[in-house]
Design a protein around this ligand. Structure first.
Ligand SMILES: CC(C)(COP(=O)(O)OP(=O)(O)OC[C@H]1O[C@@H](n2cnc3c(N)ncnc32)[C@H](O)[C@@H]1OP(=O)(O)O)[C@@H](O)C(=O)NCCC(=O)NCCS
Length: 178
């Protein structure tokens, strides 16, 4: 039976991190050493790791990062989804959708109850099939320092999960959006 699992940096095991990095490496090939270094460097204390697990094996992974967005000048807490990946042996069987459902269930329980992610145009149909929507107004991305700002590239998409329609308007995303 495939189940969603939610972990924090405090309770995830090194064995689980290695299993996740093995799946990530299929899509974003580096070395395992580099994957583990990246994990250590870019994991924040309040990240949430969402996995799909079958008989103790991790089949799919995504990360939820705590972020802030500004909508028509008003700041709002939001979760940013990154590193969405399904073990290549199990792709095309509905696991990606199950993983996004697990993320949505988590997001709905948070105060802000909104989430966003950046992807390429060719990935938009997958997220649309999962019930996410492309933002109407093109968002602006500001660096964490606030010193740099850029619009989305032509083939970049900002997809949102926003059941309460709180992201209605021009959005500014802050900080790292990978
Ligand atoms: C993208 C990914 C997460 C999808 O997971 P998956 O388990 O293969 O997808 P699912 O089987 O749950 O498919 C769900 C729906 O999305 C569609 N879909 C899946 N991948 C798609 C793609 N690349 N392009 C268009 N549609 C896609 C499916 O057809 C299905 O729609 P349907 O229900 O109408 O048939 C997976 O292929 C993956 O890990 N890819 C490599 C990493 C990656 O690119 N991640 C995204 C980074 S933004």
């Amino acid at each position: 039976m495939i189940r969603p699992n939610y972990k924090t940096p405090r309770d995830i095991t090194q064995e689980e991190v290695r299993a996740i990095c093995t799946i990530k490496d299929q899509s974003w090939p580096h070395s395992m050493e580099s994957q583990l270094e990246w994990w250590k460097k870019y994991t924040a204390k309040n990240d949430v790791f969402v996995t799909l697990v079958n008989s103790g094996s991790i089949l799919a992974f995504l990360r939820l990062r705590n972020r802030t967005v500004s909508v028509r000048g008003v700041c709002l807490g939001a979760l940013c989804v990154t590193e969405v990946c399904v073990n290549e042996r199990y792709q095309g069987q509905g696991l990606g959708m199950q993983l996004l459902d697990a993320a949505a269930a988590y997001v709905k329980k948070t105060n802000s109850s909104v989430a966003y992610l950046l992807c390429w145009d060719i990935q938009e149909p997958f997220y649309a099939a999962c019930g996410w929507h492309r933002t109407d107004a093109s968002p602006q991305i500001e660096s964490a320092s606030g010193q740099e700002s850029r619009p989305l590239a032509k083939n970049e998409r900002c997809m949102i999960f926003d059941p309460q329609n709180r992201l209605n308007g021009r959005i500014v995303l802050f900080g790292d959006v990978f």
